[in-house]
Design a binder for this molecule. Structure first.
Ligand code: 5GP
Length: 139
């Protein structure tokens, strides 16, 4: 078994796709099961399974490509808005373990939704978790 991901096979042309964009580090194509017209996947060529494992060069290239693609998608589709969604880990809804950003256009008639149940912030919990994350960042 080669261990190559489904998306690596798409990058390499082994599995067909509607390709939109490619450079040294990234590749973009239409999602096969779109939530809306123009639903796009932007992926690094590096087959990192989650974003925390992405190298700085790939991360920078993704950051540069996101606004370029978003502008093109908006212009080509006439979308009034769009969501960028990125799942990490199967418990978070990730089905293909190769980093990918969904760019999902929204139209006046769009009905899709993303479930979100906000809670109020507990002040002491907020302080504790902020301190813990800052500590991890400084390591
Ligand atoms: P996830 O659920 O992991 O965030 O998103 C994976 C996405 O990949 C899904 O939206 C799914 O439709 C898309 N996808 C899965 N297999 C293929 C494929 O073979 N070709 C294309 N173009 N998209 C795929």
């Amino acid at each position: 078994m080669s261990g190559r991901t489904l998306f690596t096979k798409i990058i390499e042309g082994e599995i067909p796709c509607y390709k939109l964009y490619e450079n040294e580090h990234v590749f973009a194509f239409l999602d096969i099961n779109p939530l809306s017209k123009g639903h796009t996947l932007l992926i690094p060529k590096e087959p990192a399974p989650t974003i925390d494992q992405l190298t700085p060069d790939s991360a920078a290239a993704i950051g540069k490509a996101l606004p370029i693609l978003s502008r093109a998608i908006k212009e080509a589709t006439g979308a009034i808005a769009y969501n960028i969604i990125q799942n990490n880990g199967k418990e978070a809804g990730m089905t293909v373990p190769h980093v990918h950003f969904h760019i999902i256009p929204r139209y006046p008639e769009s009905k899709h939704s993303f479930t979100w149940e906000p809670k109020s912030m507990d002040v002491s919990e907020g302080r504790t978790i902020a301190d813990a994350i800052q500590h991890s960042l400084s390591e």
